[in-house]
Design a protein around this ligand. Structure first.
Ligand SMILES: C[S@@+](CC[C@H](N)C(=O)[O-])C[C@H]1O[C@@H](n2cnc3c(N)ncnc32)[C@H](O)[C@@H]1O
Length: 212
């Protein structure tokens, strides 16, 4: 095993377990779904829950639900009166998402909206205390611009996969729109002085943004 994998195992062994429900979801996704790597997973899931403990958000928006793994993790971390709206464009995921949401003690905190986030975000009522951007990499800047006015002052935006397998430091290939989308987003975020930002080198890169 690579030393990186050994270290990751050590980290997981010395952190909270993901629990039976999320572990079953994870297994199910790995056996039955095409791109199981898209879900946040054990370590990032525990971190998202911990962020929720720290920030104590009342209203969360997640852009890109996939299986609902991260949604369920954040739901664990918020208070009973907190709510999470999560947007997923692929309504074929509904059966999978519901199979696990229904089994969660936090199911009532979660509302899934099926459709394109670009169309749905403008219809949502803020203010949001926490936003997790994790959908189409080509559209990160658009999601950010749409959601920014709906985030409260002092609110947090998290953007996942902002190191994009290290491709952000390679010469961009003009046809690779996902890498270009992430690179443009990272440059735009860096220039924006309405926010404080830092890229956490967690997994595939998680940018933490604080609205001044
Ligand atoms: C990386 S996965 C989300 C993983 C999930 N947030 C987690 O951490 O477990 C990205 C999801 O975004 C969805 N997606 C892509 N473009 C979208 C859009 N414009 N609006 C809503 N969802 C979108 C995809 O169908 C996919 O399920």
């Amino acid at each position: 095993m690579l030393s990186q994998d050994v270290l990751e195992n050590y980290i997981l062994e010395h952190s909270d377990e993901e629990g039976a429900l999320l572990s079953a979801l994870n297994r199910d996704a790995n056996v039955n779904l095409l791109r199981p790597r898209m879900l946040s997973g054990h370590l990032q899931g525990r971190i998202l829950k911990m962020f929720c403990r720290m920030i104590q958000p009342k209203k969360i928006l997640e852009i890109g639900t996939y299986t609902g793994y991260a949604t369920l993790c954040m739901a664990e971390g918020i208070q009973e009166d907190g709510e999470i709206i999560s947007i997923e464009i692929n309504d074929e995921m509904e059966d999978f998402i519901e199979k696990y949401r229904q089994r969660s003690p936090h199911k009532n905190k979660i509302k899934i909206c099926y459709g394109d986030a670009i169309r749905i975000i403008p219809t949502l009522q803020g203010p949001f205390d926490l936003v997790f951007i994790d959908a189409d990499k080509r559209l990160y800047s658009e999601y950010f611009d749409l959601v920014f006015p709906k985030v409260r002052q002092g609110g947090i935006i998290l953007a996942d996969n902002t190191l994009w397998d290290g491709k952000v430091i390679e010469d961009p290939i003009p046809t690779d729109k996902q890498t270009l989308g992430i690179m443009n987003f990272n440059d735009k975020i860096k220039r924006d002085n309405r926010i404080e930002k830092v890229i956490l080198p967690l997994r595939d890169g998680l940018t933490l943004i604080w609205k001044k």
